[in-house]
Design a protein around this ligand. Structure first.
Ligand code: IPM
Ligand code: MG
Length: 356
């Protein structure tokens, strides 16, 4: 039996996870997917319950599961909570505790939604980029960090951007392997004109490249990469980058598709155990209104089936069902454009109908 842990989290998280749960149960009853579902608290909802955004019970369940499906964490209610207890810290800790170092963030344009992109349609036609972001290192986790008071009484905030060669090597392997399964083009993004850590990053990526000579490797400074993403996004196939650059570039890439409510993501360890989540976040402003788009979460199930559960046919089926629903003109508010919108629940039901 495959154990899947559901972590609804905060904001629209519970609503979109409820739809994903329906889909998983449908795959179990109709397609004989052998899964067992559990549910636990994370983020603000866990903080409300026990003053800890990642309770031990949740972490233990996560460790003993084969895959995790997360909704989203965070909300304005927690703005004044101390850093260690913030909902976001629950997410950062589960990533670190499970060693989920490889974050895959596809940015795909759905043809019929091209009008929603902030760029001209001809620039984003057939857009299909995979951002591979290092997720458990870099400045997010580097020590020392803190806020201190200097001798002259001035306060100073500091963080450390640090990568060792093993961390770069393992994420580079992941990126090259993904590139091999796509169009064999990898662009590694850094700031090697300024930072020593990037100089090492580049050197290590070059040496890992020796194992993947069929992949075309290029390097780009992060400022240029931000510009190129909005200038000519189709030049990219797979983008490899560190934790903070990846955080920023993946939001920009998501916006290019015009459908941030449609994009899933995967965070994997070295055995392909993974946590899967929509990239849209908790969207507290629309929570509880049955208007959130559940498709990114449902597409996260497809990634889970593909990367962690080796159910490639079922992964295709779920993706086709989502395509079908979109082709049929069904839309939630965020992607409605000229269509009339349906609710979160109805969208979940429509995907199940398309799967049947
Ligand atoms: C993301 C988010 C997180 C990050 C936050 C919520 C900690 O922005 O997954 O991109 O910065 O990694
Ligand atoms: Mg982010």
């Amino acid at each position: 039996m495959i154990k899947v842990l559901l972590l609804p989290g905060d904001g629209i998280g519970p609503e979109v996870i409820a739809q994903a749960k329906k889909v998983l149960l449908h795959l179990r009853s109709e397609y004989n997917l052998k899964i067992e579902l559990e549910e636990a608290l994370i983020g603000g909802s866990a903080y409300d319950d026990c003053k800890n955004p990642l309770p031990d019970t949740t972490l233990d369940l996560a460790k003993s599961s084969d895959a995790i499906l997360l909704g989203a964490v965070g909300g304005p209610k927690y703005d004044n909570v101390g850093r260690k207890l913030r909902p976001e810290n629950g997410l950062l800790r589960i990533r670190a505790e499970l060693d989920l170092f490889a974050n895959l963030r596809p940015a795909i344009l759905y043809k019929s939604l091209a009008g929603a992109s902030s760029l001209k349609p001809e620039l984003v036609a057939d857009l299909d980029i995979m951002i591979v972001r290092e997720l458990t290192g870099g400045i997010y986790f580097g020590e020392p960090r803190g806020i201190r008071t200097l001798e002259n009484g001035v306060r100073q905030g500091f963080n450390t951007l640090i990568y060792d060669e093993n961390e770069v090597t393992r994420i580079a392997h992941v990126a090259f392997r993904i590139a091999q399964k796509r169009n064999s083009k990898l662009c590694s993004v850094d700031k090697a004109n300024v930072l020593e850590v990037s100089e090492l990053w580049r050197e290590v990526v070059e040496s890992v490249h020796n194992n993947y000579k069929d992949v075309f490797l290029s390097h780009m400074y992060v400022d240029n990469a931000a510009m190129q993403l909005v200038r000519e996004p189709n030049q990219f196939d797979v983008v490899l980058t560190g934790n903070m650059f990846g955080d920023i570039l993946s939001d920009a890439a998501a916006m290019l598709t015009g459908s941030i409510g449609m994009l899933p993501s995967a965070s994997l360890d070295s055995n392909d155990k993974g946590m899967y989540e929509p990239i849209h976040g908790s969207a507290p402003d629309i929570a509880g209104k049955n208007i959130a788009n559940p498709l990114a979460t449902i597409l996260s199930i497809a990634m889970m089936l593909r990367y962690s559960l080796e159910e490639l046919d079922l992964a295709d089926k779920v993706e086709q069902a989502v395509q079908q629903v979109i082709a049929n003109g069904l839309r939630t508010t965020d992607i409605a454009d000229k269509h009339s919108a349906i609710g979160t629940n109805e969208m979940g039901d429509a995907v199940i109908d398309a799967l049947t």
